[in-house]
Write a protein that binds this ligand. Structure first.
Ligand code: EPU
Length: 375
């Protein structure tokens, strides 16, 4: 159980002014959070606790809940926008470790680095998550927004999620169905104050060293195969890493295009009626020959591309003159060029939302979680 230590020193320093290690639970006061996020943005937390075991995670959550202290969970920090004033409460860094593979069953501790875990499944010759290589963040974050890329989503391989239920005050095991996965969404995202993911279980496939059927057209093209074909696992992973790197979507401390949260907006899902109105707007604005991207999304919906909308509204790659700009490699990523504040980033995000709405009548929705800040 983490013991509270009194806050030492003035809060305005912005630096950690008290630190102690209690057993293995480490806690800091007035601790900068920006270095824990891929945006490198946001003010300090009143208190930062790092938990390395499930028991430490649960103890820290219980302590915060019992004392009515606001709690912020931080995994890889790759989907987090923290306000400039920081977080007045306990930030809990989940640093648990555990990669257990038995046959085709994999159990990951929430704090495992996702992209490293993917690499190990590929090394082990198992298919199912190879196209999710290079995605920043922790394993425990993957079920929350049903992480997906290049034709794979974790909802296809997750069998169970073990989580601490803050309402019930106990650890629960949720089946895949109970997780209520959909595009970039789940039960955990719908009810963010309730569950703390501790462990994630996957069922992978032994396809004799081959990948799952390649679904994403761009990946199939890059691999020189038809959609639906299988390829050697290593080739699938490397191709995805190359495609992602080309879009600035693989973390690289030297490259400001990767000081981002990946996609900043979700791809809009439109009803047939909404899509027809949007289509008419596209024709009106861009001319008769232009077809907007359209992907089937369930029975009566069509998904279009946020990146395309942003581009065609005049926010092209590299847009902006301040310290927060659109990535030079992909219009869907907003980036910190170094020295930005969260307000700079949000101002850019608001400008993009307003511009796209003005041009096409569609309101983009942010994908990263905002804390002490909003669009
Ligand atoms: N496009 C542009 N301009 C650009 C980039 C893309 O117009 O600068 C258009 C093109 O028409 C392109 C289309 O957007 O064909 C789609 O682009 P892309 O294939 O890169 O996919 P995305 O929809 O932009 C989604 C995920 C990514 C994931 C890729 C690949 C969301 C919100 N984003 O991006 O996930 O890596 O597909 O599967 O669903 C993330 O969520 O953080 C993320 C990076």
């Amino acid at each position: 159980m983490p013991v509270r230590c009194p806050r030492a020193g003035p809060r305005s320093t912005g630096l950690s002014v008290a630190s102690r290690s209690l057993g293995r639970v480490q806690e800091l006061h007035d601790a900068p959070l920006a270095p824990l996020t891929t945006f490198r943005l946001g003010g300090p937390a009143t208190r930062l606790v790092t938990a390395e075991t499930d028991a430490e995670v649960i103890a820290a959550v219980r302590e915060a809940d019992d004392s009515g202290t606001p709690l912020l969970m931080i995994g890889g920090g790759s989907n987090l926008v923290i306000g400039d004033k920081g977080f007045d409460g306990t930030a809990l860094r989940i640093a648990t470790r555990g990669f257990e593979l038995v046959g085709t069953r994999l159990e990951l501790a929430a704090g495992e680095v996702w992209t490293d875990a993917v690499a190990r499944t590929v090394e082990a010759g198992l298919a199912g998550v190879e196209c999710l290589a290079g995605i920043p963040g922790s394993a425990g974050a993957t079920p929350i927004q049903n992480v997906g890329a290049y034709g794979q989503e974790v909802s296809s391989t997750i069998t169970e999620v073990i989580a601490y239920d803050r309402h019930e005050g106990r650890t629960v095991t949720l089946t895949n169905e109970e997780c209520a996965f959909s595009y970039r969404h789940s039960r955990f995202k719908a009810d963010p104050a309730r569950y703390v993911v501790l462990r994630v279980r996957f069922e992978l496939e032994d396809a004799a060293g081959l990948s799952a059927p390649v679904k994403y057209a761009e990946a199939a093209r890059a691999l020189g195969v038809e959609p639906g074909d299988r390829v050697p696992l290593g080739a699938a992973r490397e191709t995805v890493l190359k495609l992602r790197a080309g879009k600035g979507m693989v973390l690289d401390a030297e490259d400001h295009d990767t000081w981002s949260a990946g996609s900043f907006f979700t791809n809009p899902i439109l009803t047939h009626e909404q899509f027809a109105a949007f289509h008419a707007r596209v024709r009106e604005r861009l001319g008769d020959g232009v077809e907007p991207p359209a992907y089937p999304a369930g029975d009566s919906h069509t998904k279009t591309s946020a990146a395309w909308l942003i581009d065609k509204s005049g926010f092209t790659k590299g847009y902006g003159t301040g310290p927060a700009r659109i990535s030079t490699k992909h219009t869907l990523a907003l980036t910190n060029r170094g020295g930005a504040t969260t307000e700079d980033l949000l101002a850019l995000a608001r400008e993009v939302v307003a511009g796209v709405h003005e041009a096409f009548g569609i309101t983009l929705v942010n994908e990263p979680v905002t804390v002490g800040a909003s669009l």
